[in-house]
Design a protein around this ligand. Structure first.
Ligand code: G3H
Length: 252
C-alpha cells in the first residue's frame, strides 16, 4: 500500500511573518509521517527559516521550482545543490504555471528531475491538460507525453522515488474539481505509462497525486480511488486549519 502524500503549494502567497506563523502553528499538529507525508512548498526566500521550524517534526519543506544546473551564471536562479544544502526535501517541477508563464519545456523538466534526484530531493512532477485538450479528448495523449518525456532515461529504482502530480489546468484555482472517477482514470493512465516504461513494480510503487481545487470537502472521495495517492494543493494549503484537515483525512 502506498503512503499518501499531501503537498501544499503556496505559490506566490504569504508574507514572511504569515509563513512563520503557519509553520509554527502546524508543525506539532501534522499527523505522523508513518501515515502521511506532509509537505509545504513555499516561496524560496522562506525556505531556510521553514526548514528550521520544521526540523525534527513530521512536516517536510519543499521548493516550487529550481534550475537544473548545480551552479553557474544564471542570475536569479536557485540550484538543486543550493536547495539540498539547506535541507529542502522536495521540489515541484514543471507546474503548469511555470510551463505557461515561464516557458518551461518537457526537456527542462526532465533535466530538473535528474538534478533533483542527484541532490537527494524528491521531485513532484506536474502534468495535466488544458480545457481545450480535455474537450477534444486529448487528455490521455497530453499527459502520457508529458510523463514519458519527464521520466526519460532513469532507472526503475530512481522512478520509484518520484512523485507525479496530475493537475488538469482547468481545475486549478477555479473551484472546478475533476470528478474523483475522472481524476482516477487519468492517474491510472499515468500508472500504465510508467508500467510501459519501467515495469509493474515501479508503476505500483510510484505515488501519483491529484491537484486542482482540492479541499477538505472533496479529499476523502479522491483518496478513496485506487490510483490517487495524495494531493498537490494550492488554495486550501494556505490556511492551517484546512491544510491540517487534508492531512488528517489522508492519515485515516
Ligand atoms: O499546485 C497546486 C495546484 O495548482 C492546485 O491549486 P488549487 O488547489 O488552488 O486549485
Amino acid at each position: 500500500m502506498r503512503k499518501p502524500i499531501i503537498a501544499g503549494n503556496w505559490k506566490m502567497f504569504k508574507t514572511f511573518d504569515e509563513a512563520v506563523e503557519f509553520a509554527e502553528n502546524v508543525r506539532e499538529k501534522v499527523p505522523s509521517e508513518e501515515k502521511v507525508d506532509a509537505v509545504i512548498c513555499a516561496p524560496a526566500i522562506y525556505l531556510p527559516t521553514l526548514v528550521d521550524i520544521a526540523a525534527e517534526t513530521d512536516l517536510a519543506i519543499g521548493a516550487q521550482n529550481m534550475h537544473f544546473e548545480n551552479e553557474g551564471a544564471f542570475t536569479g536562479e536557485i540550484s538543486p545543490s543550493q536547495l539540498a544544502s539547506i535541507h529542502v526535501d522536495y521540489c515541484i517541477i514543471g507546474h503548469s504555471e511555470r510551463r505557461e508563464y515561464f516557458n518551461e519545456t518537457d526537456e527542462a523538466v526532465n533535466k530538473k528531475v535528474r538534478a533533483a534526484l542527484m541532490n537527494g530531493i524528491v521531485p513532484i512532477i506536474c502534468c495535466g491538460e488544458t480545457l481545450e485538450e480535455r474537450e477534444s479528448a486529448k487528455t490521455e495523449e497530453k499527459v502520457a507525453s508529458q510523463v514519458t518525456e519527464a521520466l526519460e532515461g532513469f532507472s526503475p529504482e530512481e522512478v520509484k522515488h518520484m512523485v507525479i502530480a496530475y493537475e488538469p489546468i482547468w481545475a486549478i484555482g477555479t473551484g472546478k474539481t475533476a470528478t474523483a472517477d475522472d481524476a482516477n482514470a487519468v492517474c491510472g493512465k499515468i500508472r500504465e505509462v510508467v508500467e510501459g516504461l519501467y515495469g509493474e513494480e515501479t508503476a505500483s510503487t510510484i505515488r501519483i497525486q491529484y491537484g486542482g481545487s482540492v479541499k477538505p470537502e472533496n479529499i476523502e472521495e479522491l483518496l478513496s480511488k485506487e490510483h490517487i495517492d495524495g494531493a498537490l494543493v494550492g488554495g486550501a494549503s494556505l490556511q492551517a486549519d484546512s491544510y491540517l484537515a487534508l492531512l488528517n483525512q489522508a492519515a485515516k
